[in-house]
Design a protein around this ligand. Sequence first.
Ligand SMILES: [Zn+2]
Length: 329
Amino acid sequence: MSVAAMVSPLLQIVNQFLGFRGCLFTFHRAASAQAWQSLPNRDFYLNLDFLDEVLRHLSHNGWDIVTLDEAIARTSSVNKSKQKFVNFSVDDCYRDTFEDVVPLFREHQKPVTLFVTSGIPDERMTLWHVGLEDILLNRDQLILEDETLDVSTAELKRKVFHTVSRRFDNFDADKFYARICELNGANALEIHRKHAVTWDMLAQLKNDPLVEIGGHTLTHPHIASLAAGDAFEQLSGCRKRLQEKLNLPIQHFAFPYGRGADCGIRDFQLAQKAGFTTAATTIKGFLRSPNQFLSLPRITLNGSHQSMAMIEAHLSGATAVAARITGRV
Ligand SMILES: [Zn+2]
């Protein structure tokens, strides 16, 4: 039995006692059930049928799906409602955010928050993981400096994606990606434009009352590893850029990666200094208090755990407790 399953019955009692709770979910990309099957990096995506099922399940089970603005208002209120709520946020933002994810939320008439890395529509950052996946999907062989790998089946593409991804840690990622593109006849800018969200798409989305837009840095670094000045520039620069391009107040921020080692107290203070009202992590837990606004807990949904049982474990708080017990925060 998993740790999450063991603590579930106890948590039901705790949650009944504490009453009020908000659960913030985040994910990256989404793809049709059929396309999802053969994606080399499919853990990075949710299958749209699953997302559709989750939205229906939550509504039927008494969870309100709200914007972050609404989540903050409910958490700040002295007379806290006992109504349970969920927020969904999409980090980074790719073309599928515009083409698939927002339309699905619209179909359900539910809101969604987008945390945009401004370097993506600005074409200022290398989306090497997106590029590597695209190259693998379109080839039967992957040519590297020292070897040529067979990637003729979906399973091989997945395996090679994971092994080659790990090599990016050992090299200058931009140069390594440029070389892979060169060796395999791929055009990095074309691939970027095929997958990135654009300013034009965001300008259309900002007028949708169901879409809330927040910031996710200029170029997606590990904020905690940067000097304070550079970290501040990533937060403040992104906020300014989004406000300038979209003519919209940007109140919410999400830390890239977002786990304990990726953002700390200094960074929560920098988010406030940069003008954000909230800053979100990916540390599991429930939103219960205004003390958490600059370090919002969020639960990452990914392709490897797409089951309603897992969603229920998240909503009970069991996975958050299990993460603390096993030190995976
Ligand atoms: Zn991100």
